[in-house]
Ligand binder design. Structure first.
Ligand code: SF4
Length: 294
């Protein structure tokens, strides 16, 4: 959260909009990149602001979407039957007041082709007391409506020290209320780019029932070069988690390909070589074995 002078040093890789979202904004505040998903930028506000934020060009600075723009965004989703999932983000979805969130969920329920609504929030880290009885009642009321889209909460924890007692309680309350929690983590140089820290974080999240979902290589947002881990080091670190952690605790390591080309998984290269009828695979202890191609 604390600004550093290094952010002012320009890098040749810097991009104002690393994910090319502005080109994919089909109507204001709605990004439609993948055929079956749409990203609703429901607010530009967060409870605190991460220096490495991929949307720092806009987050915390406005303009915020007004009711007419949200209407237009939801109308677009309603008109496109291929969209099965809406990710309510920003900014932070839980910056919406309970009544606004309730109204948004009701509007999304009216769109019959939606299977999933995801609420993306870092509030469990910054302000876990946001998970009040009233908020849980809003979420539970949505889940109680027959045929309502499944609701997932996408949390964002980067370090075990962010899992304060109140954060742990908030995760537990959400899961107990029937809202599955998935977690995303951004790999940050000097903060969580060591095996012990990541293992502690991923184990703790799993124990708390917040399933580790994505480990992100830090995007190329302007001023974030000092946060980025060299790609070789990042892949080696990710590879070292295999064997140490069960599959339940290992998120998918991804890079969002610049220019709006979407996420790609950057797991360790386990194929040592290809033969005519087999591939030679390397296991987590370094041993190799052939596996048939068909
Ligand atoms: S909470 Fe999310 S949207 Fe807000 S500043 Fe941090 S990374 Fe960006």
């Amino acid at each position: 959260m604390v600004p550093r002078g290094t952010e002012l040093v320009p890098s040749t890789w810097d991009r104002r909009d690393p994910l090319g979202e502005q080109d994919l904004e089909v109507v204001p505040f709605l990004v439609h990149r993948y055929p079956d998903r749409a990203l609703l930028l429901a607010t530009d506000r967060c409870a605190s602001y991460c220096r490495f934020c991929t949307r720092k060009r806009w987050v915390g600075q406005g303009p915020a979407p007004g009711p007419d723009e949200l209407d237009a965004a939801l109308a677009y989703v309603a008109q496109h039957q291929g969209i099965r999932e809406v990710i309510v983000s920003g900014g932070d979805a839980l910056m919406l007041a309970d009544d606004k969130l309730e109204a948004m969920l009701a509007r999304l329920r009216d769109i019959a082709h939606l299977d999933v609504v995801r609420l993306a929030t870092r509030m469990l880290t910054f302000a876990p007391t946001r998970v009040t009885r009233e908020l849980l009642a809003v979420l539970r009321a949505h889940l109680d409506v027959p045929g309502a889209p499944a609701l997932y909460l996408l949390s964002h924890f980067n370090h075990p020290r962010e899992l304060a007692p109140a954060a742990r309680a908030a995760i537990g309350a959400l899961v107990d209320a029937g809202v599955p929690v998935l977690n995303q983590t951004v790999l940050l140089r000097g903060i969580n780019d060591d095996r012990a820290t990541l293992v502690e974080l991923l184990r703790a999240l799993t124990r708390l029932r917040a399933r580790p979902y994505y480990l992100h290589q830090c995007d190329l947002a302007a001023g974030t070069e000092a946060f980025r881990v060299a790609l070789d080091d990042a892949q080696a670190l990710y590879g070292s988690l295999r064997g140490e952690l069960s599959g339940l605790s290992i998120p998918t390591f991804v890079i969002d390909v610049p220019g709006g080309l979407g996420k790609v998984s950057m797991g360790p290269d386990v194929v040592v070589r290809e033969e005519d009828d087999a591939v030679v695979l390397r296991g987590f202890r370094g041993g190799t074995a052939r596996y048939p191609k068909r």
